[in-house]
Design a protein around this ligand. Structure first.
Ligand code: URA
Length: 213
């Protein structure tokens, strides 16, 4: 099995184009880190090029790895519900991930999600940069620590900064919030409800910010 810190021979070099389809096609061949070896496929972002909001998650999960589409599993379903409640039409937003291959470890017959490390995140960043460059969203929503730290650096804390409108090198306006899968991990129904409501509130803030001139 490849080691996490093996030398990466071919850095990610998205083509200099304004076509999402061309960048997506190039990303399907990405070998900039070792994650491609275990993943089924690259899961590139999806959504209209004209989207004013870009949602960024961590990495595809088990379902996304098989489907080849971001946020189609349980976390994605909860995210869709929250988007609807916040008045955001998923088909109008661009949805992607900081890392575009599923990182996992076998446990029996199951594939267990593993958090991407900083080298894997850095290796994948050119794809996210290309998506932001082409879509030019009015607002990027970073969902969870991995997405937020990809954008703001390793010292960023979602707990401290969530719901605020911030600026970054990657995109002029960014709002950080929790990852929808954190809602699924709440210990009881009351905290799940409370966290879900806060997530919807952050999405409403995002919609307002993206609607401003
Ligand atoms: N979690 C993520 O961060 N992204 C997905 O696409 C699915 C689950």
């Amino acid at each position: 099995m490849p080691k996490d810190d093996e030398e990466y021979a071919r850095p990610a070099r998205p083509p200099d184009t304004s076509s999402l389809a061309e960048v997506r096609e190039a990303s399907s061949e990405c070998t900039a880190c070792h994650l491609y070896k275990r993943a089924t496929q690259t899961v590139f972002g999806e959504g209209p090029k004209s989207a004013s909001i870009m949602l960024v998650g961590e990495q595809p999960g088990d379902y996304e790895d098989v489907a080849g589409r971001p946020f189609v599993g349980p976390a994605g379903k909860l995210m869709d519900q929250a988007l609807e409640e916040a008045g955001i039409d998923r088909s109008q937003v661009y949805v992607t991930n900081a890392v575009k291959h599923f990182k996992w470890e076998p446990r029996g017959k199951r594939r267990i999600h593993k958090k991407p490390n900083s080298r894997e995140i850095a290796a994948c960043r050119p794809w996210l940069e290309a998506e932001v460059r082409i879509v030019k969203p009015k607002l990027v929503v970073a969902m969870g620590a991995t997405a937020a730290q990809t954008i703001f650096g390793p010292t960023f804390r979602v707990t401290r900064e969530r719901g605020k409108l911030l600026s970054s090198k990657l995109a002029p306006r960014v709002l950080a919030t929790v990852h929808p899968s954190s809602l699924l991990r709440q210990p009881d129904e009351a905290s799940r409800q409370r966290e879900y409501k806060l997530f919807v509130t952050d999405l409403r803030t995002a919609l307002r910010a993206a609607s401003e001139e």
